[in-house]
Ligand binder design. Sequence first.
Ligand code: FE2
Length: 359
Amino acid sequence: MKYYMPVRVFDEKDCVRNHWKELGSLGKKALIVTGKGSAFSNGSFDDIEAALKQADTEYMTFSDVEENPSTDTVLAAAGKAAAEKIDFVIGIGGGSPMDAAKAIALLLKHPGADLQYLYDASKDPSSLPVVCVPTTCGTGSEVTGVSVLTRHDKKTKMSMVHKVFPEFAFIDGKYLSSASHTLIVNSAVDALSHLLESVINRNADDYVRMTAEAGLKLWAKQKDVLTGDKTAGEEEYSLLMRSSCLAGMSIAQSGTSLPHALSYPVTYELGIPHGKAVGCFLPGFLSAAPADERDGLLRLSGFSDLSDFRDFIRRVFGDINIPEDILGRSYEAVRNNPAKMKSASFEVDDEMLRRMVFD
Ligand SMILES: [Fe+2]
């Protein structure tokens, strides 16, 4: 067994402002990477700006990261920042800006690196230091080395081959208080999927179970917020964020499994948000998993059984209709990927995969 989690996590209210010294220790100039909107309205950008000012650290901002960021975007960002003597990169937001920040930090460390560099495992994987400030409760990207990028040339999303773990992760539930209910639901289902896929996984071991089971217990406490049966406050936001972080720590060890792999073509073709797309495939995946393993995990997550879980997915997402041809693309993408076919803790054959996708 091995366990590698090199990110220093600060999980507390106002942690960005509290830890300005650590932030400033990374260099004289930062590149802040965000999406267009929420970082500027939920307080996270203001906190980073204040902490950098206090540390006397300069910064420039790239705020053009789209949902499911493309390799074109990260190359453009690195191109803009190339002449600026950037020492470190700060990703603020959901998975999109954080994943983009990792790829940009890698590109900035290796002037002249191109698209191929991101997908060539023989290249030097070192990067500029990365800091992540999550403002959603799903991706866990703040504690993983993974950067998932959209490849328009391949018409899907693909993880960069290099692992770029952030130096610091600042976890503060207050950034969720201005998020929409839909965003919270989508991202919390993504976190749940990370927790389940990391454990029902051929790479799962006691260390993965440690973080995943702790994450599932916290997730269960906030389940009623997702269905609208409970109103979220400071404590709930903080626990949602923490369970997402624990989920990230879990997939950082074992990786994701079939629901994630199946979801990518659905998101690419239909623009269905990541958490919702993954949620479509979770019931089928759980249905195929060994009953004792599945039922124990579902109970930890606050569900009585698989049908209770199916009801929950239907309740939070409504009916999701995915055309047969797109489902076919998901099926083909996984069937032609031997590593993914073997990623679950149980044997998956063609017929089982077909049922997971089409039933
Ligand atoms: Fe995910």
